[in-house]
Each structure stands twice: as C-alpha cells, then as structure tokens.
Design a protein around this ligand. Structure first.
Ligand code: LLP
Length: 410
C-alpha cells in the first residue's frame, strides 16, 4: 500500500489514475517524487539505527522538497561538492549536520566551502588525501576535519559503483593513523570515514561487516579517539519484481555487532532514502515490428535516466494505459530518442501490446535519476513534480539549452 510504512514501495503500488493525471497535466517525460515516501524511508532508517547518526547522501536526489523532508525527519547531510553543501544549507540543514566529502576537490569548491565556514557554518570537511589537508590549511581552515580511509574492501551493484577498493577514494589504510595526526595539526580531527560502494544487497553484507570492523579497530588505535566513525552508505533497494527488500534490521544488527568502538556510528545512505519515492513517466512515440523484437520508442532515454546505459541497471517498465487488459502480451525493446545504441531503457520487457500514445512508468527512479540527466543530443531535461502536483523542477526548454552560450566568463 502507499500509506503504510512497508520496506519497499513497488512500481505497481503507485496509483495509476494519479500518474495518468500528472502526465496529462505536465507532459512527459516526467519524474514524480513522493515526499511522504521519502519521510517513511527516513523513519525506517532512524528506527533501525536508533543510536547512530543517519546522514542522507544528497547526491542521490538534490531536489529542495526532498532535502527539506529529509532534514525535517532528522537526518544529516553528506555532500559531495560545494554545490551540494550549498543546497543542504539552503534547505535548512544545520551546518553541524553537514559533512562534506571532498574527493579530489576542485579549488573553487574549497574556496566556497571555506568561505561559508568562515561566515560561521561549522561544517565538517572529510579529506581523502593529505594534499587536501594542505589545500585547506593554505586557505586558513582550522575547523572540523574527518579522514576518509580506503577500507580495502568493496561491494556494489556494478563494478562502476564498487568504491571501497578503488584507489581514488580515501587515504591508504596503512596511512590512516598518520593522516589523522596530520588532520589534528591543521584543525579539529573529529571523525573517520569509509564507504564500501553503492547498491549493496543482503548477499554482500560481509564486505560491509569487514569495513565496519576495520574502521572500529582503527578508531580504537588512534591516540585521539574520534567523535564519530562513518561507515558510509550503499544500502541496496529492490529493482526487480522478484527482488526481496533489504532487511534493514539485519544490516543494523550486523553493523552494531562489528562496531566495537566508543565513537558515534554514522551511516550515510542515499539510494535507500529516495529510490522507491520516485517514478518516471514516459510516452510511447513509435512502435515497430522487427525480425528480432517489437521496438517501443519512448520519449525518455539515457539523457533522462542514465542508469540502464551506464550500469546495465534494471528498472521495471509498466504500461499505465487504460484498457490494456485485452491486449496481447508482447516482448519489447524499450528505446529512447537518443542516437546511441546504448539508449535502451529495457530489453525483453513484456508489455501489453504497445501502441503509440501509451503511457509507461519506469519504476524506482527516485535515486540517481533526474540527478544524472543531461542535455546530450540537445534534449531538454524533464520536469519533476511531486505526487500532489507541485512543481519541483520546471521542464527545460529549447531556449534554456543555449543560455550559457555567448557573453563573458564570470
Ligand atoms: N557515501 C559516499 C561517500 C558515497 O560516495 C555514496 C555514493 C554514498 C554515501 C551513497 O550511496 P548509496 O547509499 O546511494 O548507494 N550513480 C550510481 C550510484 C553512485 C553512488 C556514488 N556514491 C547509481 O545510480 O547506481
């Protein structure tokens, strides 16, 4: 159901009439986000981790409505850039609850964040390289510092999001103690951080446990005990009909069992907060029989939802058109409007015999959906609305596409 706080909201749980109304009012492609579901997901996380700080990894969905809902529910914010820090502060997160994870931070990001800190925003900067400490020291920063450690163990739904063992993230594990001392010389050393990867299922729990155990051990070994240890995010969600929901209590129990340490535990899920709170609506623009399959052309593509093209990610595609009961089930290739072979939202999807003008939903797209949209092929980015029909982001126009051309660099 849509009101009870169940562990997952499936694409079929969204009320079809409501989605059809939104598509006719706002056009397609259209992302719909349900802030009530965001709040429920936050509440379940806080319920499973009552003694921990739960940060929302803002990168999953930076919409103002989402950020305000998450802040109001009592989560902190994990930010990946100055832009995300700005959005988090603007949405009302207390600076003390903002942790900025600076991965190879561009100078402009550090300039901006240090300026906000100097203006009084007592946020935490997480560094993953000693040279980032130098860059902060040069700017006069002596505020709260967290050291990101490479835990040398990774997991994730795809090699491209398996983070823990990738050398670009965090100081090498063996250098962590020295990096923590170096951080205390620059500012106030307050925390340790590591992240295993994204889209971790119950089956990969062992990698998460190893990471938690290593981080707790490291925290205990330091001369100066940190205030907190963040063990990252990555909690997976079911994308396929047959996928079971993640057992959040099992994750929490395993985390607590491996976290033998006095520091405060921090977890920072992104996907788990928003994935099933979003759905994408798209219209069938062309249908064609070929020797291989029925090709269903739709107005959403890899510029609307990149995950299938980038990670071979699976998103459930459903037909929302009325009177589909008497149509023959047909195996389809669902393809977007972009001139790239990768522009396929789904292969071998069985849909009621598709017709031009049908409305389809692409499920579980609240996380890393609109965030990763682009204007490649000069495709304007889609509109985003709430389930109540409030505008979250306007649909981009053709005029928007060229608005950065000409003029002077600022
Ligand atoms: N913490 C850190 C330091 C991270 O880098 C990430 C995600 C998270 C937390 C949150 O991970 P989550 O709980 O959302 O799995 N675009 C990809 C996911 C990339 C995630 C990058 N970092 C996708 O669509 O699957």
């Amino acid at each position: 159901g849509t009101t009870e706080n169940s562990a997952v909201r499936r694409p079929a749980d969204w009320e079809a009439d409501r989605l059809r109304d939104l598509a006719s009012e706002f056009g397609t492609p259209l992302y719909v986000v349900d802030p009530d579901r965001v709040r429920q997901n936050c509440e379940r996380l806080l319920g499973a981790f009552p003694d921990a700080t739960v940060d929302y990894a803002v990168k999953a969905n930076t919409a103002r409505t989402v950020l305000e809902t998450v802040e109001d529910a009592g989560l902190g914010a994990e930010c990946a850039s100055a832009g995300e820090v700005r959005r988090a502060l603007d949405a009302g997160f207390a600076p003390e609850e903002v942790r900025y994870t600076a991965v190879n931070p561009p100078a402009a990001d550090l300039d901006a964040v240090v300026e906000w800190w100097r203006e009084g925003a007592d946020l935490t900067v997480t560094v993953g390289a000693r040279t980032t400490l130098d860059a902060l020291a040069e700017r006069g920063y002596d505020g709260r510092l967290c050291v990101r450690v490479n835990p040398e163990v990774g997991a994730g739904h795809h090699a491209k999001v398996t983070t823990g063992d990738a050398p670009q993230f965090g100081v090498p594990f063996d250098d962590a103690t020295d990096a923590a001392s170096a951080a205390s010389e620059v500012g106030e050393f307050v925390g340790l951080h590591a992240h295993v990867g994204s889209g971790v299922s119950g089956d990969d729990l062992s990698a998460h446990e190893v990471l938690v155990g290593r981080m707790a051990m490291l925290a205990d070994e330091l001369d100066e005990s940190p205030e907190f240890v963040s063990v990252g995010g990555g909690f997976g969600v079911p994308y396929r009909r047959e996928d079971p929901p993640l057992d959040l209590d099992a994750v929490a129990d395993a985390t607590r069992a491996a976290f033998d340490c006095d520091a405060r535990l921090v977890v920072e899920p992104g996907r788990y907060v928003v994935a099933d709170a979003g759905i994408l609506l798209t219209e069938v623009t062309a249908v064609k029989e070929t020797a291989e399959t029925t090709v269903v052309g739709v107005d959403a593509g890899m510029t609307t939802l990149l995950r299938p093209a980038l990670y071979d990610a699976y998103h459930e595609v459903r037909s929302l058109s009325a009177s589909i009961d008497d149509r023959v089930p047909t195996s389809c290739l669902v393809a977007g409007p972009v001139c790239e072979t990768a522009d396929v939202l789904g292969e071998e999807r069985v849909l009621p015999e598709p017709k031009r003008g049908d409305l389809l939903s692409v499920g579980t797209t609240g996380a890393y959906g609109y965030e990763m949209a682009s204007t490649y092929n000069s495709r304007p980015r889609p509109a985003v609305v709430t389930l109540d029909g409030e505008t979250v982001a306007r649909r981009e126009t053709l005029a928007d596409l060229t608005r950065l051309e000409g003029g002077e660099q600022s």
